[in-house]
Design a binder for this molecule. Structure first.
Ligand SMILES: Cc1cc2nc3c(=O)[nH]c(=O)nc-3n(C[C@H](O)[C@H](O)[C@H](O)COP(=O)(O)O)c2cc1C
Length: 370
């Protein structure tokens, strides 16, 4: 059987969505049209993305929200079951489950991913999160280790077990620092090759883990001149361990017929519509060291945090949005996720106006017709 691996199959600049399973998506705004993350909208969106040839959907695994007036990310569809539902309802797109290592047993996850891979004919993916959000760990009654060595040491053993289950047929024992398993095996295996693996670490230890294990490494694009260096360094680091990784980023889109209309919409959902309590919580948790940043950069990050969870801004006409995506491509990124204030309402305009420009520029291949 030839696996239909939407994401791995097509050698072009990859596009996906991020966080559609979470209330608010990537925008920390109070406007009424903000993303509710209900199932009906996710399903409607997934079918549109699939038909348009979008490569993947990436969810965020979140157990408690960020508070504020909207409790940003307070209503979240669980990612494995969300992916199963979407994969059963689509044809070509890859759908990831995002999994916190500490909160999920590897034998269960290996089988769940293999199961949704079989449901979908080989379109499942796994985003591995080794943990960072301390209040969330407390909410689950878990202890987040202070040091990254412990977090990623645990993640490595966790993923080694998954790989063993995906490749070995006979029962085996496992005697590791964190897991003692007896006579375990995992059938079915994934449909074809290993499902695509994402990791989005920022630390040295996390990036070592990512280049050793992942196919796609996510990193924010805040300053593209720096991104050029960063992407090259990550690819070199992977080459040093005999691997090749693609570096992806995440972007937030406001695309309108004129630049002024796009700016007007940014003004509408930002400004006094920002959920400041939630942004503050997000900033405090994610950028604990941001106080050492120059003030202008801190302000830039705060705005971007509110607008698209720190994503690269793609704001303007279809041509301008395509230029931004081209700039990401030229910086060395292999692709990006997209977010919109309301994904299902705004994606059709992007599909109709931006995708043809990307195809004409050779960044993207035209959608395959079944
Ligand atoms: C694209 C992307 C997706 C991520 N998805 C999640 C997620 O769903 N849940 C989560 O708790 N953390 C998520 N993270 C956080 C990272 O997995 C990672 O823990 C964080 O960047 C800290 O890196 P470090 O562990 O190297 O310090 C994501 C980060 C990025 C950039």
């Amino acid at each position: 059987m030839t696996a239909c691996r939407g994401m791995l199959r097509r050698p072009h600049f990859k596009l996906g969505t991020f966080a559609t399973n979470c209330s608010g998506g990537m925008s920390v705004t109070k406007v009424p049209e903000r993303w509710s993350a209900n199932w009906a909208d996710n399903l409607r969106l997934a079918r549109m993305l699939d038909d348009a040839g979008i490569d993947f959907m990436l969810p965020i695994a979140r157990w408690i929200g960020y508070g504020g007036e909207t409790d940003f990310h307070g209503r979240v569809l669980e990612t494995m079951t969300w992916a199963a539902g979407l994969l059963a309802s689509t044809r070509n797109i890859t759908v990831f489950a995002t999994i916190h290592t500490t909160a999920n047993h590897p034998v269960v996850i290996a089988k769940q991913i293999a199961t949704i891979d079989e449901i979908s004919g080989g379109r499942a993916g796994l985003n591995i999160v080794a943990g960072w959000n301390e209040p969330e760990y407390r909410a689950l009654g878990l202890t987040l280790p202070d040091d990254h060595e412990s977090r990623y040491g645990y993640a490595q053993e966790w993923f080694d077990i998954i790989q063993a289950l995906w490749t070995r047929d006979a029962p085996f024992d496992w005697d590791g620092a964190n897991f003692k398993l007896h006579g375990v095996y995992g059938l079915p295996h994934p449909v074809d090759s290993r499902p695509p693996i994402i990791n989005a670490a920022g630390s040295v230890q996390g990036r070592d883990f990512a280049v050793r294990n992942a196919d796609f490494l996510f990193t924010p694009a805040i300053d593209l001149a720096r991104s050029v260096e960063e992407v090259k360094a990550l690819k070199d680091k992977a080459a040093d361990v005999g691997r090749s990784v693609d570096v992806l980023t995440f972007s937030h889109v406001v695309c309108r017929p004129t630049e002024q209309e796009a700016k007007d919409y940014v003004a509408r959902f930002m400004g006094d519509q920002i959920d400041t309590g939630a942004v503050d919580n997000l900033m405090n948790l994610q950028f604990a060291h941001a106080h050492s940043f120059p003030h202008d950069l801190l302000a830039l990050i705060r705005d971007r945090m509110a607008m698209g969870h720190g994503g690269f801004p793609l704001i303007g006409t279809p041509e301008q949005v395509a230029d931004g995506l081209t700039a990401l491509h030229e910086a060395g990124f292999g692709g990006t996720t997209l977010s919109f204030v309301n994904y299902a309402e705004e994606f059709p305009y992007f599909r109709d106006e931006v995708l043809p420009i990307l195809e004409a520029r050779g960044l993207r291949l035209p959608v395959e017709k079944d």
